[in-house]
Write a protein that binds this ligand. Sequence first.
Ligand SMILES: NC(=O)c1ccc[n+]([C@@H]2O[C@H](COP(=O)([O-])OP(=O)(O)OC[C@H]3O[C@@H](n4cnc5c(N)ncnc54)[C@H](OP(=O)(O)O)[C@@H]3O)[C@@H](O)[C@H]2O)c1
Length: 355
Amino acid sequence: MPELPNIRWGIIATGLISSWFVEDIVRTDRPEPQATHTIQAIGSSSLQKGKDFVAKHIPQTSPAIYGSYEEVYNDPNVDVIYIGTPHAFHKKNCLDAISAGKHVLCEKAFTLTAKETREVFETAQAKGVYVMEAMWTRHFPLIKAMQKVLHEEKVIGEVRRAFCDFAIFQDIASKGPESRLKNPALGAGSLLDIGIYSLTLTILGLEPALGEKKGAAETPAVRAIQSLSDGVDVSTAVLLLYKDGRQGIATSHSDLKTGDDFCRVEGSEGTLIVHGPAASVPSSFTVVKRGGGEKTYEFERPGRGFYWEADAVAVDIQQGRTESPVMPWSETIRFMEIMDEVRRQGGARFPQDER
Ligand SMILES: NC(=O)c1ccc[n+]([C@@H]2O[C@H](COP(=O)([O-])OP(=O)(O)OC[C@H]3O[C@@H](n4cnc5c(N)ncnc54)[C@H](OP(=O)(O)O)[C@@H]3O)[C@@H](O)[C@H]2O)c1
């Protein structure tokens, strides 16, 4: 057995998502790991927060703990930076990490606008470092299986429509202006927080896997409507239309919880329904054939499943790539452009739109 690649992570920020990420990537109970992961350093706005984070979430590790992000970027023992700050800081955090010569895995939404995203990738290209948006769901074995069933095996015939939703009760009205869910300057709104997953599943349902597409991915026509509260979108509904007539409907809502069957893909010979706690973490899907017959595909997922994207980063870097074949830069830009257009039509604005 060839030795698995090992990668040394510097973690930026000690909020919720960073805790999920680190807990997952040091798990030892998952099947078929493709890499091993060392938590080399933690960077936080406060040294004490960093210490508390390690004690609570990864007490079995002994990373360097810093009271600033810069010290992580400059740590020579760190290979790759994981960015878990609110979206509004992603551009600056990415640029700082890249200018220190580090590879980067940055949480979704990658930045606030497509313009910011392009700036980050141009800088990464000039520096020759690896950067990927942490759209973790794309790395789930379930997603690869779903695309194979839909677009290679064509089990439901020609795919024609997809409907996907992500709705979760976030009680935004009760939050203060410091909350990333409330403050437009921090990128608040359902679209970039959760609607990005509905869009992802809708588009992955309607399109073959990136590697099998011929030429650049088509950007479908977009029509969108949003409900706003204090300028922040509480709900977003997006219609997508491809040149050949394929149709997508992607919705998000931050004031109620959706059910377990949050995504449906319809084809000429049947339907595929995706199940799970939310569109970010699908756990199974069922194919229902038009003439009768039904099959459910289940997937093992110890913990939450962040190790799949982390493994992909380690393998890509080991193989000398600067982009992920699963989430290449052009795909992050395409999604950011769609979300810019959705907000332009729907009305949700960020102060950063003007810059
Ligand atoms: N992949 C997923 O499933 C998933 C799930 C949730 C969130 N996310 C993404 O992860 C990012 C962070 O979300 P989160 O829920 O983890 O947020 P969070 O719990 O509020 O944590 C964000 C962290 O960022 C740092 N930070 C720096 N400046 C800040 C500021 N002005 N306000 C607030 N925090 C600041 C803080 O860490 P320090 O004080 O330690 O520096 C804070 O703990 C978002 O982009 C979100 O879209 C992804």
